[in-house]
Design a protein around this ligand. Structure first.
Ligand SMILES: Cc1cc2nc3c(=O)[nH]c(=O)nc-3n(C[C@H](O)[C@H](O)[C@H](O)COP(=O)(O)OP(=O)(O)OC[C@H]3O[C@@H](n4cnc5c(N)ncnc54)[C@H](O)[C@@H]3O)c2cc1C
Length: 331
């Protein structure tokens, strides 16, 4: 297929090899991360474009139902975080789970035989082996090579009043926030709202769509990259888990003031870049609150000690007793 976005003309090639030249009022380029329409934008000046391949690839494995039921609890995102790699599992309507293994390409390449697959799973995901099954695991691992993941940012999304990019064509993101498809759907909603706002005048609608949508799509691309680290490494940290509990507790007490980032991004129409701004503000306030709380607790402790000083002579005697007990121990 060839496009001339400036003229809104398309040369289409049908499955039987025949070709058709089509003249459109508007071309909507929603042809995915490797968009042919977007390629035509690259020939123009003042079109910004960047793409980043992450060092990890992904491979999908199927966990079958167990006696006709889900093999694990279905209403959860299951994560096996292993710092430099991870596996996640999401439920499907047919009671299977799709397990996705994210790992650096060089680690995928080290596993060359069925026995090495089982050995790898025994080391890192032993509980998943009986749920997926030895034979399925050995077979599915070699069904397809690990796939690459790319993050694409570009701007603007339009050319004149003739062509506009949407979905992965405009903003392919790494899949760690579960928002790639959602961001594409939101492109459609926002475009529809702007169409109404400007009485379907493409001359005004297309630049406005780029103006409104680019900062949000860039924000979700950055958040997805951030989650790439959070899911495989941060979730192992006690401080991270403590902070999540604090966030959830504060959200329970003040649901309109403190809203966890994931809630804002996933369950609301808060614009992605606004969600990020608010998240930074909340982080600052909560961290300062925790430091202040710790300082107040420390001062309170010191005050109580000063007000009710412990009997030093008793402490000294106790220490001396412990010391003589320790000295009496055989070497
Ligand atoms: C492992 C993984 C997990 C994901 N998980 C989630 C998730 O949990 N939640 C979520 O929201 N998103 C998720 N995503 C992202 C989601 O899959 C994509 O964001 C979404 O599919 C993009 O939709 P799209 O229509 O823009 O592009 P695509 O789905 O890529 O569709 C593009 C279409 O254009 C067609 N096309 C391409 N080139 C041409 C051409 N030259 N001529 C004619 N047709 C063409 C293609 O055949 C295809 O049908 C995930 C992605 C991956 C890789």
């Amino acid at each position: 297929m060839k496009t001339d976005p400036q003229l809104a003309s398309l040369l289409l090639e049908r499955l039987d090899g025949s070709k058709a030249q089509v003249q459109a009022d508007l071309i909507v380029g929603c042809d995915g991360a490797f968009s042919a329409v977007r390629k035509q934008f690259l020939r123009r000046t003042r079109f910004n474009y960047s793409q980043t391949y992450i060092p990890h690839g992904y491979m999908e494995l199927t966990m079958p139902p167990d006696n006709g039921e889900f093999a694990m609890k279905p209403n959860y995102l299951h994560i096996w975080p292993r710092n430099t790699f991870m596996m996640i599992a999401l439920p499907n309507l047919n009671k299977t789970f799709t397990c996705t293994l994210f790992m650096p390409f060089e680690d995928f390449e080290k596993i060359t035989t069925g026995d090495k697959v089982i050995e790898f799973f025994q080391n890192y995901f032993p509980d998943a082996i009986p749920l997926i099954g030895d034979d399925t695991l050995k077979r599915d691992y070699f069904r397809l090579p690990a796939q690459a993941m790319v993050s694409v940012k570009c701007s603007p999304y339009h050319i004149d009043d003739k062509c506009v990019l949407m979905g992965d064509a405009a903003h392919a993101v790494v899949p760690f926030y579960g928002q790639g498809m959602n961001a594409g759907f939101e492109d459609c909603i926002v475009f529809d709202e702007i169409l109404d706002q400007f009485n379907e005048d493409f001359c005004a609608v297309l630049p406005e769509f780029s103006r409104v949508r680019v900062p949000d799509d860039h924000a979700i691309a950055d958040l997805a990259m951030y989650n790439y680290v959070e899911m495989r490494a941060h979730v192992n940290s006690k401080w991270f888990l403590f902070r999540k509990h604090v966030d959830n507790l504060l959200h329970l007490i003040m649901p309109k003031t403190i809203i966890p980032l994931y809630t804002m991004v996933t369950f609301s129409r808060t614009r992605y870049h606004k969600a990020v701004e608010r998240w930074h503000w909340q982080e600052k306030v909560i961290n300062r609150g925790l430091v202040l709380g710790a300082a107040v607790a420390a001062c309170g402790g010191v005050y109580l000690l000063v007000k009710n000083p412990p009997n030093i002579s008793k402490l000294v005697i106790r220490t001396e007793e412990i010391w003589s007990m320790l000295s009496a121990l055989p070497e």
